[in-house]
Ligand binder design. Structure first.
Ligand code: OAD
Length: 248
């Protein structure tokens, strides 16, 4: 049996195609609440009132008020250390991909590129009649209606919505090609998103899970780092042989 090198000797610069798979825990350090657990979003709000097509069909103004408030809140948040470190690693290794379940746009704000947003974005709207999408940062929106007259809706994958095929495809392709998977801050309980890292785990590639607590799938990872997203990513970066080290 081969001996695993200790996590504190892992050099990220040795890997060619790194995939980060992120969830609400990374943005918790930007001040954005997670969904589950203490203080979690879904402990205060019932998704059936705010985050499904049925709720929108019943009362689009109520659902929009909720999302406008989330847009306003998130617009005042800044990328956390974890988002910034991932963007920095991407600058060193342009083949790095970021697959996120988050809708807050924090990875992009930290200047990450090639961010695959599995659950859509708070910053995009969609016209269901014309099947068009547009990125809009106005708060509040100038109009909740498309030029065609239909209600725009947030371009978010709500409960019971399917994932976007194209995003799913590029995400699967990235995990099937990666040689290192780093999962950060997700409870790994929401499917089908939670199946995506499993594809890399099944291939036996080197994998690291960073989370405040163990998850149902922690045992499948090569390494688990229990604790804060930012601090753990910082130590991984600090021990790696990138030419310019991150300065915080
Ligand atoms: P969850 O709220 O389910 O899980 C967040 C995870 O992050 C938990 O396991 C926490 O322990 C961990 N965590 C919290 N703070 C952390 C920190 N500072 N550092 C590291 N880990 C931390 O969020 P997700 O797994 O992202 O869907 O939820 C998945 C999906 O469920 C979301 O994308 C959302 C939700 O319904 C949509 O909005 C469509």
């Amino acid at each position: 049996m081969t001996q695993l090198p200790p996590i504190n000797s892992l050099d990220l610069n040795r890997f060619k195609r790194i995939v980060f798979f992120t969830g609400a825990g990374i943005s918790a350090e930007s001040g954005i609440p997670t969904y589950r657990g203490k203080g979690g979003f879904w402990t205060h709000y019932n998704y059936e009132d705010y985050a499904c097509q049925r709720a929108f069909d019943r009362d689009p103004e109520k659902v929009w008020d909720f999302h406008e408030e989330r847009r306003r809140f998130v617009s005042e948040c800044r990328p956390a250390l974890g988002h910034r470190i991932i963007a920095e690693i991407q600058r060193h290794k342009p083949e790095t991909r970021v697959i996120t379940q988050n809708i807050d746009g924090m990875h992009q704000k930290a200047e990450s590129v090639d961010v695959f947003e599995l659950h859509g974005s708070l910053w995009r709207v969609r016209c269901p009649r014309e099947d068009t999408r547009e990125e809009i940062f106005d708060i509040p929106l100038k109009s909740r209606h498309c030029r065609c007259g239909a209600y725009l809706r947030p371009d978010i994958v709500w409960f019971e919505d399917p994932l976007d095929d194209a995003i799913l495809k590029v995400s699967i392709s990235a995990v099937l090609k990666c040689d290192l998977l780093i999962t950060v801050g997700t409870s790994a309980t929401v499917f089908p998103a939670a199946e995506i890292p499993l594809l890399a785990l099944q291939r036996g590639v080197t994998s690291i899970e960073i989370n405040l607590e163990p998850t149902e799938i922690s045992r499948f990872y090569t390494y688990t780092m229990i604790g804060s997203a930012g601090k753990n990513l910082q130590s991984l970066l600090g021990q790696s042989s990138f030419p310019i080290l991150h300065q915080d």
